[in-house]
Design a protein around this ligand. Sequence first.
Ligand SMILES: O=C(O)Cc1cc(O)ccc1O
Ligand SMILES: [Fe+2]
Length: 441
Amino acid sequence: MSDFKYNNGFGNHFESEAIPQTLPSRGNAPQKVARGLYAEQISGTAFTAPRSKNQRSWLYRIRPSVNHQPFKPYESAKRVISSFHPFSPNIVPTPQQLRWDPLNVSDAGDVDFVDGLTTLAGAGDSQTKNGLAIHIYCATKSMEKRAFYNSDGDMLIVPQQVALIIKTEFGRLHVPPLHIAVVQRGLKFKVDLAEPADATRPARGFICETFKGHFELPDLGPIGANGLANPKDFEYPVAAFEDTNEDWTVINKFMGSFYTFQQDHSPFDVVAFSGNYVPYRYDLLKFNTIGSISYDHPDPSIFTVLTCPTDSPGTAVCDFVIFPPRWLVAEDTFRPPYFHRNCMSEFMGNICGVYDAKAEGFLPGGASLHNMNSAHGPDAETFEKASNAQLKPAKVGEGSMSFMFESAYQLATTKWAIEESGKLQQDYWKAWSGLKKHFSG
Ligand SMILES: O=C(O)Cc1cc(O)ccc1O
Ligand SMILES: [Fe+2]
């Protein structure tokens, strides 16, 4: 969309002014900011985090964020679960391989992004900054004069159906399906729908909320300086502000509960900003997909777009991995994903098209979870086909896009996901029951 402007480059230190010459010419906090603005810092890491990890931005705004009414409890976001202890009342843990038909929250009524948030699975808790939660959102309307910020974690948002306009304190992001957005801890935003939506076709998508750290680009090792998601393709908003005296509701997720306050002006009143703690979007079709040009099926880590690391090297709170259209050329190779048992948990979602490990049943808007150590792999039909296919170069996933949130944590599923959604496929296990014995002794 041409009325959206961006600055590019993953993790850059950006400067953006909606009115020229608003940013301080020296330093961050002059005695008086230009045009009577207030200076406000928002930090995304501890002040003393190493420079290579340190993230913060300076906002030059019409009123400081603290200029608001007292916090009150917010009751409407009832579908978000924040306690993932396996014995918690809303948790139904299971090692069973799980798959869901396209998810919806049609019983939630006419809801916006916040009230339609519904938790599927998670681990850990925000209080000790440990773990993650996986949600879907389903929205039939825009947030209008409601803004949200999450004190519990960063949110990686994967729209599956209906384009979003995410208005943030830093400016606007247009995020249609096949794009993702990351809105970090503490940053205020609202989600509007760029297309008509209703209960039969809501704005729908998946969210990974990480309680610790921030998403980074994966190291490339021997791949070299280029490849996978290129830094230049990450797009950041430019400053845009509203100078209004209307009533706004701000909703905050804090320690797993929701709170709200009122204020008599727009929270999107930032005239200029500088810094490297800024929300962003990325077009998944710009991913440079790398694969085997000799033999064997490489591990899916080669498809990592972003990784949110734990303290253990190479081990992620969440790797965000995608399966874009790509060529398969490997010789003498079983080309679809191999049978495996992973010490990581794999939550997958289908954005569009057909996923190459599953001939059917994994539908756009649908999801699957193969928890830690639970065996999985191609279904019987895919196995038979791929074992006998003539291995010519072949394009897979034309018009398709699936993704995976791969996590080092055991994922505890919610009661809603297992018992209440009505979308859990009871016979998913049968995908593998047709695998025949081929052993001939
Ligand atoms: O299970 C899945 O479908 C995801 C996956 C894909 C792949 O190419 C290799 C391993 C893996 O877990
Ligand atoms: Fe897998």
